[in-house]
Ligand binder design. Sequence first.
Ligand SMILES: N[C@@H](CCC(=O)N[C@@H](CS)C(=O)NCC(=O)O)C(=O)O
Length: 254
Amino acid sequence: MSEAAVKHWKPEWQRDVVYLHVFPRVMAKCVPNISPFAMKVEMWLRMNDIPYQIVDHMGFSSKSQTPFIMFNEEEIPDSNFIIEYLSKYFKKDSYKGIAKEKQAVARSFLKMMEENTTWSIFWYRYVEHMPEYRDYIKFQVPEEIQEKMAAGLSSGVRDRAWKHGIGRHSSDEIYKIGSDDIRAISTYLGDKKYFLGDTPSLIDCTMFGFLTQILFVPLDFPMKTVINEECPNIVDYINRLKTEFWPHWDEQQL
Ligand SMILES: N[C@@H](CCC(=O)N[C@@H](CS)C(=O)NCC(=O)O)C(=O)O
């Protein structure tokens, strides 16, 4: 066992069950998880009927990020590597029956959302509107350090955004970048049922994990205005995915 596996693996855990380690569910009031990457992985597990359990975990993987899985005594970090690993193990094809050309488009949109659009979401909620966002999240730490945790997260995201490069733009520019991504998503989606057509695939998991963080968190993201005013197809699409893959969402029996 690796060091990480020794640290996290519990003897009572079963073989071939995915133990998905995510920030505790109770942290988020309006979505199942504050991490879009965690929601994406969970959506993929649901879509592919893979047995899993959520493990509330206020910590990080050996790559210092969340989410990660513990699977058959191994630790696997990073949402994309998790999905690749499990696809091989369970013989699942995330783009079954879908033309290679469409898969290439999906990869571009996935990377756009996960590496670019996401910064506009994080910038809004952590850097510019942390006090408002705190009405919808509760850190799983003692009351006396809640404030310190929020301030640390806010300045940590600002710092990471600067290092990434996007943080050198003004807020308006960052939201313009996010909004233009949203418009591209809407244009490509068109009136299709799923992002690539009639078959659900991995790209729908990414779209769901990230767009729910804009649509269902009651903050005034500029990207939400764009969705509501210009992209009604995105609203319908996300609601369709929610009904199909998260039937108990509204009762919070997630
Ligand atoms: N490439 C990673 C990104 C995961 C990620 O950025 N997770 C965030 C939380 S939503 C995180 O752990 N941030 C802490 C950090 O990067 O230091 C994945 O796909 O899992």
